[in-house]
Design a protein around this ligand. Structure first.
Ligand SMILES: Nc1nc2c(ncn2[C@@H]2O[C@H](COP(=O)(O)OP(=O)(O)OP(=O)(O)O)[C@@H](O)[C@H]2O)c(=O)[nH]1
Length: 307
């Protein structure tokens, strides 16, 4: 994936100096995590509203075996936006899933490290290439029971370094009542275990923002359904899952909360996700790394390549 050029306000800059023609473009970078088979790759396709991850005819969506970044320019409210989604291999296939979060944590920290190396250069670029992750969508299996110790541990660790947005996967397998009860149990589990997911109440800047974020917190985790198929419903082409009983329309808010998730990630809360990434998560990485270097090997600070 080519590096993304931007300032930390979130605008991506494309073009070349020779042409002296710069186009400012909004961008967003997400990572998708969760157990194998919960519909992560399908949701990537749903987000792009097109079959971005090609599948072999008749073979279904292949199992994700390595981290894969998919980047596309999409149109949002008449503006062009580059959306990059990093699909990760699902975990849960092993008897021992200990440390299954390590590759994702490593990937997220590597992006902070790249940014830091550029930022501390004496002659740094005006626009620092930025591939930092703005949010991590964590897939919860639709068991209808409680969060598993693995889910709790995963979200606890990830929540310290990135904005975690939990979702209930394959929500079409639960009734509306089951979804609501499951959501309440998940929220209470998260609270009991002190796990901080986005939007974090302690980061609300004013009462208006708190009010808006409370509405989101009441809905978290979003109950989502994914698909890469389009169907005809009352003369409209819709993204949906065809069942014997009808079509589950993924963008219809009475069927599932995919539209809420999409809205949060790339519209209503995009700037907030970026601000928290820069001001909280990256800042804590930066302070930690620079302290480490000062205490351990102060001379190397002058040489960023020594980081
Ligand atoms: N019922 C239902 N099935 C879904 C949904 N999303 C995906 N699926 C199906 O679940 C299966 C697995 O989907 P994938 O998208 O490959 O799952 P994954 O999480 O990427 O799997 P790994 O690559 O192994 O990590 C496919 O047959 C999908 O069609 C959903 O929202 N509801």
């Amino acid at each position: 994936m080519p590096p993304v050029l931007c300032d930390h306000s979130g605008s991506q800059v494309m073009g070349s100096i020779t042409s002296m023609k710069w186009i400012v473009m909004i961008f967003s970078i997400l990572i998708i995590a969760g157990q194998s088979g919960l519909g992560k790759s399908t949701l990537v396709n749903t987000l792009f509203k097109s079959k971005v991850i090609r599948k072999a005819p008749g073979a279904g969506i292949p199992k994700t075996l390595e981290m894969k970044a998919v980047s596309q320019v999409i149109e949002e409210r008449g503006m062009e936006m580059r959306l990059t989604v990093i699909d990760t291999p699902g975990f849960g296939d092993q008897i021992n899933n200990q440390n299954c979060w390590d590759p994702i944590i490593k990937y997220i920290n590597e992006q902070y490290e790249k940014y830091l190396r550029e930022e501390i250069l004496v002659n740094r670029k005006r626009r620092i290439p930025d591939s930092r992750i703005h949010s991590c969508i964590y897939f919860i299996p639709p068991t209808g029971h409680w969060l598993r110790p693995l889910d709790l541990e995963f979200m606890k660790r990830l929540g310290r370094i990135v904005n975690v947005v939990p979702v209930i996967a394959k929500a079409d397998t639960l009734t509306l009542e089951e979804r609501e009860e499951f959501k309440q149990r998940i929220r209470s589990d998260l609270q009991t275990h002190g796990i901080s997911v986005y939007p974090q109440p302690e980061l609300d800047e004013d009462p208006t923002e708190a009010l808006l974020n409370d509405k989101i917190r009441d809905k978290i985790p979003f109950a989502v359904v994914g698909t890469d198929e389009e169907h005809q419903v009352n003369g409209r082409r819709v993204l949906g899952r065809k069942t014997k009983w009808g079509i589950i329309e993924v963008e219809n808010s009475s069927h599932c909360e995919f539209a809420d998730l999409r809205d949060l990630l790339i519209r209503s809360n995009l700037q907030d996700l970026k601000d928290i990434t820069h001001n909280i998560h990256y800042e804590s990485y930066r302070v930690g790394r620079l302290n480490e270097k000062m205490n351990g090997a102060p001379s190397q600070l002058k040489d960023p390549s020594g980081l």
